[in-house]
Design a protein around this ligand. Structure first.
Ligand code: Z5A
Ligand code: MG
Length: 257
């Protein structure tokens, strides 16, 4: 893995800005179609193509810009006539989410395995709603997902395969965007707050875990660019994904894209 700049820890992807105005407005007019395909016996099969929303996940270290970029993306998509919602994990509004929040703010102590499973349960409790939204055509921009779960827990020394196991069966994202920044640069962004994992030494371990976890499908974006430059790159990636899903890309499941 080559390091392109101090900020480009997973190797930044150069994304051409190739979308034109017309493309932005074409999605609304896509509808369910029947694609005729030949199977191995040369018989023609009917396969209904159902347009759906895209599941797009933003990952990265603390302070890499995930929350800022997630809300900008949702505004952009809505402004382009594409139905979109901002989701985040942990979702601290549920009962499970409140247990997680209490742990992150050091109000409670939990065994490392137990908190890992709670983070996963927090995703499972939203799975059915996620499916409903995606099938109804809403694109979900998700601020952290299963990759955070595995990266953070394995940084504490838990076995990576054990960490992945409870995530199996959740929906696989259509795009994983990694906002790439070194732990040192991230820490310069106003310093960390008081939550449990917001410490430079731990964030260094998390950065290593993300490196071990990522695969070629991830879109790596240099998070040290200006907010606006990052935003433009993300828009292109997300529009690609939205279009693929509009064409009927089937939903798939973790643990692979
Ligand atoms: N966790 C886990 O262990 N297991 C799991 O399964 C899950 C999570 C899902 C929850 O954190 C913690 O739970 C997290 C992982 C763990 N612990 N840590 N660390 P969270 O999601 O609630 O908080 P966070 O997202 O990690 O932290 P954050 O501070 O919200 O970071 P961010 O969303 O990536 O950044 P931001 O809020 O958009 O921006 C941070 C600052 O940087 C802000 O002042 C911005 O104005 C500035 N910024 C952003 N982009 C730029 C650029 N491009 N240039 C300059 N300045 C910028
Ligand atoms: Mg955030």
């Amino acid at each position: 893995m080559s390091i392109i700049s101090p900020c480009r820890n997973l190797g930044a992807l150069v994304v051409p800005r190739s979308f034109n105005f017309q493309r932005k407005f074409s999605y609304k007019y896509c509808s369910g179609k029947i694609r005729m395909e030949a199977n191995s016996n040369n018989n023609i099969e009917d396969r209904r193509v159902e347009p759906r929303g895209a599941l797009v996940v933003l990952e990265g270290l603390d302070r890499s810009g995930k929350s800022s970029q997630s809300s900008r993306l949702v505004s952009y998509l809505e402004g382009s006539g594409i139905s979109a919602e901002l989701w985040r994990f942990p979702d601290r509004t549920t009962n499970v989410g409140q247990m997680i929040s209490s742990y992150l703010t050091n109000m409670s102590q939990l065994d490392d395995h137990t908190i890992h499973l709670l983070f996963s349960a927090n995703r499972w409790e939203k799975r059915s709603l996620m499916e409903t939204k995606l099938k109804a055509g809403t694109t979900l921009i998700v601020d952290r997902y299963s990759y955070s779960g595995v990266a953070f827990s394995s940084s504490k020394g838990l076995d990576i395969e054990w960490c992945k196991a409870p995530e199996v069966g959740l929906f696989a994202p259509d795009a994983v965007i990694f906002l790439d920044i070194s732990p040192e640069k991230a820490a310069e962004r106003g310093g960390y707050g008081g939550e449990r994992y917001e410490k430079l030494e731990f964030q260094r371990k998390v950065a290593e875990s993300y490196k071990a976890l990522h695969d070629a499908s991830w879109k790596i974006v240099d998070a040290c660019q200006s907010m606006e430059d990052v935003e433009k790159q993300l828009q292109d990636i997300v529009l690609d994904s939205v279009m693929e899903c509009q064409k009927g890309k089937p939903l798939s499941h973790l643990w692979s894209l």
